[in-house]
Write a protein that binds this ligand. Structure first.
Ligand code: ADP
Ligand code: MG
Length: 608
């Protein structure tokens, strides 16, 4: 067959195939248009899972009558004027393709009235053929009706899944966007039935409950993290420096380690307000849960990343389901750290019953977003941030802003004075507190104790170092040796004295006094493993991680019998820790069996 130009009809159906795959993609495009138009209220109705009808009505800025015909023309958009702007897109749409694509595979009717127009107008497009624009009276805003989707593309119709599946795809989409835009009122109806409705009052927890159910929603942990770009405010005042910083902000919700799914489907990322489905950030999220979840289990998360538009390329996928980051590693590690920190900070002693933290009201709307739990958690979050980054100014203001903090912090962060009972299985310490029994993982506890001591000494720039009687040499594979060679100065700052000693070999001459008597070679190997894992962490974080790593290696092990004196010393040291509840890697240190719970278990009290 000779080469021929495709007819416009075929070409537009091919193009439409990229954007409009199923009813949910139509819903996505129309809702995104409504949001771009600044709508405060978006109302979606569907019939027959969207095959018969999809209608999206908004109260946004509307389309002027003389632009209606253009709106349904391919590559016509009001959101992009030049190629340069392609790299700083702040709207959801920009390709000018959606309405034209939808119009080529359905019958579409757009009725709209622009803010400054006294009357509205309507245009109808069927299989790509436009009718004349006619005048109609409607309120400001836009109503788009899409009827008989794919009626002229039978092959597409065959690929649609069952009504239930297609409907679920629409539901999922709308709920996610409702969560991302809590200030916008969303309403989804199927036939006469309203299946989802949000108030637009900004309450994300209420929407979470619709998404995951009330119980799970209550347990979801809030993530809030921000990172300034390299230019500080003072610097960016300099000419030419403004905007060179790449500020990052992450907010949203993640599940605690006790709430998981067997697939990744509940991991959702919004980037600058756009749901992006296929991104490497999913890996950053799962890595943040590393060692906290069982193999094959995945967290639930809805996270909103805000990044300067110029630092992300959204123009890599026709349906914009993928993006690329200018500094992928940086974004990756920011997300991983932010999630990890939230997880660690929120990790409660496992027995704390969530109901007592949240109050007992089962009503969806009644979560106290600033109730006692919030305050306590904010505090421990700040606490954790301090630990990871020295005394970061931001974490201090965070703590200072929380009004209820003083009252509650002891409940959540510190631990009560405990009376040692003994050791079981050469692994756990058993202790009694004012409110019940505590089981303490000796390894995790010692890890925490060493870590806090080391970081405290490090913050004071004074880590006592102890020379080894005999230097120990360690030979490493080439890649690790190179890594280590680049970090010798950092290690010296931690009280190690490590020197190159022939190819791939290093000599340890001294190590922190805190670890005196421990195996120096093993400590060094633990440190190098850490370098390997992480390519580009921040300095402060690298230090904290190194410290955590080496402390883990140096801590007493499970299965190691401790003398009564050692047990008591460990308990006292733990009491003096800032975060006695979790080890530096985030696992719980203690399990609390409250008197109340024991009484219920023994049938002395009725179940709750
Ligand atoms: P894009 O969103 O990429 O610009 P579309 O084909 O989705 O392309 O829409 C074309 C144009 O029609 C938009 O740029 C916008 O000006 C206008 N438009 C579409 N939907 C709406 C709406 N709901 N409210 C106001 N304007 C709209
Ligand atoms: Mg659009």
């Amino acid at each position: 067959m000779p080469i021929r130009l495709l007819s416009p009809e075929v070409a537009s159906q091919i193009a439409a195939g990229e954007v409009v795959e199923r009813p949910a993609s139509v819903v996505k495009e129309l809702v995104e248009n409504a949001l771009d138009a600044g709508a405060k209220s978006v109302s979606i109705s569907i019939e027959e899972a969207g095959r018969r009808l999809i209608e999206v009505a908004d109260d946004g800025s509307g389309i002027p009558a003389d632009e209606l015909a253009l709106a349904v023309t391919r590559h016509a958009t009001s959101k992009l004027a030049s190629a340069r702007e392609l790299f700083s897109i702040s709207t959801l749409g920009f390709r000018g393709e959606a309405l034209a694509s939808i119009g080529s595979v359905s019958r579409i009717t757009i009725t709209s009235r622009a803010v400054d127009a006294s009357i509205g107008a309507r245009i109808r497009v069927e299989a790509g053929q436009q009718d004349a624009v006619e005048q109609v009276g409607i309120p400001v805003g836009t109503v788009v009706q899409v009827e008989n989707l794919f009626y002229n593309v039978p092959a597409r119709l065959k690929f649609l899944k069952s009504d239930t599946t297609e409907r679920r795809a629409i539901d999922t989409f709308i709920t996610r966007y409702a969560l991302a835009y809590p200030d916008v009122r969303f309403k989804l109806s199927e036939g006469k039935k309203v299946t989802l409705q949000t108030s637009g009052d900004g309450d994300q927890r209420a929407i979470l409950a619709m998404l995951y159910g009330v119980d799970t929603a209550k347990q979801m942990l809030e993530v809030i993290a921000e990172e300034d770009g390299p230019s500080t405010p003072a610097r960016s005042a300099l000419p030419g420096r403004a905007g060179s910083g790449q500020a990052l902000k992450l907010s949203g919700f993640i599940s605690p380690t006790s709430v998981t799914r067997s697939n990744r489907r509940e991991m959702t990322f919004f980037i600058n307000g756009r749901w992006v489905q296929d991104i490497p950030l999913n890996a950053a999220l799962t890595q943040a849960y590393h060692t906290m979840l069982m193999v094959g289990r995945y967290p639930l998360a809805t996270l909103f990343l805000e990044i300067e538009p110029g630092a992300v390329d959204v123009n890599v996928h026709p349906a914009k389901a993928e993006v690329r980051f200018r500094e992928q590693d940086k974004v990756f590690s920011f997300v991983q750290r932010a999630v990890r920190r939230a997880l660690l900070a929120y990790a409660p002693v496992p027995s704390l019953p969530p109901t007592s933290l949240w109050g007992s009201s089962p009503a969806t709307r009644d979560y106290p977003p600033s109730g006692p739990r919030q305050a306590g958690l904010d505090w421990s979050m700040a606490d954790d941030a301090k630990q990871m980054h020295g005394t970061a100014a931001s974490s201090e203001t965070e703590a200072g802003q929380s009004p209820v903090v003083g009252a509650d912090q002891s409940t959540f962060v510190s631990m009560p004075l405990l009376r040692l009972i003994g050791q079981i299985g050469a692994t756990y310490l058993v202790a009694e507190g004012p409110d019940g029994l505590y089981l303490i993982d000796q390894h995790a506890a010692h890890e925490r104790v060493l870590f806090e001591k080391l970081m405290l000494q490090h913050d004071k720039r004074n880590i006592p170092s102890q020379s080894l009687l005999e230097p120990v040499s360690v030979t490493l594979p080439p890649a690790q040796a190179t890594l280590l060679a680049g970090q010798l100065e950092l290690l010296n700052g931690f009280g190690f004295q490590v020197e190159p000693f022939g190819p791939g070999t290093f000599q340890v001459r001294a190590m922190p006094a805190l670890f005196s008597g421990s195996d120096a070679a093993s400590a060094l190997r633990a440190l190098v493993e850490d370098f390997e894992e992480d390519e580009t962490p921040l300095q402060a974080e690298l230090e904290a991680r190194l410290a955590a790593r080496v402390c883990k290696r140096m801590a007493v092990k499970a299965g190691q019998a401790l003398s009564g004196e050692e047990q008591r010393a460990l308990l006292t040291d733990l009491e003096n820790c800032d975060s006695p509840r979790t080890c530096p890697h985030g696992r719980p240190i203690m399990i609390h069996l409250s008197v109340d719970m024991l009484e219920r278990q023994f049938g002395r009290k009725g179940p709750r």
